[in-house]
Design a binder for this molecule. Sequence first.
Ligand SMILES: C[S@@+](CC[C@H](N)C(=O)[O-])C[C@H]1O[C@@H](n2cnc3c(N)ncnc32)[C@H](O)[C@@H]1O
Length: 241
Amino acid sequence: MDGEHSVATGGQAGHPTAGQAGHPIRSFVLRQGRVSNAQQRYRADLMGTIGVPYRAANVDLDALFGRPAPRILEIGFGMGETSAAIAASHPENDYLGIEVHTPGVGSLCKLVAELGLHNQRIIQHDAVEVLRDMIAPASLAGVHIFFPDPWPKKRHHKRRLLQPPFVALLASRLQPGGIVHCATDWQDYAQQMLTVLSAEVLFENTATGFAPRPEDRPQTKFEQRGLRLGNGVWDLVFRRR
Ligand SMILES: C[S@@+](CC[C@H](N)C(=O)[O-])C[C@H]1O[C@@H](n2cnc3c(N)ncnc32)[C@H](O)[C@@H]1O
């Protein structure tokens, strides 16, 4: 997504990608993007019911969704069009979307209301801390990470989300047989993802190398912009052993 108007956030100790001085290296910067009136209104109306405040304790997912069902967590849903489309086409699953960016949260709230989705919940917080602190081990059927911030400059690569400690955390939160599906339009990040996911002993690749794009993954907004620029797209689908 656009990186302008960026403000680096402060942090807490113990972040899985913590830097040398103990300061967390976050995978995002909080942008001061414009929040439309509609995004503001829907966010204010809905986050009281479908929003989950961050707290350092496991969330009871059955209670949160009001039923037992496969749970898919999405990291960085952007404006949420893809999230809403997937949740609408899979009413049998429950979806927990995590995003830090306020306009995106408002946008997904609006889509949830317009589509009458009952299987979407939202946490507006750093996904790394959410996974670490709120999600119980072996509780997820899937994780979606579609077009994470690419951090193209070499000196920023340490900010990329897909690093070995994060991938180990991710694996620990998936049930055996659970799937992590990543996609990116940055070739060197795709290669990095392939390397770190392949190196995690709890994961097995469902494909040889990169996966064909699964038919049930709609094109995301960020992906469409990349395709207009002529970028390639790489999907990776790994299964928790
Ligand atoms: C490049 S955008 C892609 C958005 C969307 N998935 C798409 O494909 O259109 C990456 C998104 O991830 C969010 N993000 C990055 N790191 C995050 C984190 N640690 N926790 C939650 N959201 C994060 C950013 O705010 C941004 O909206």
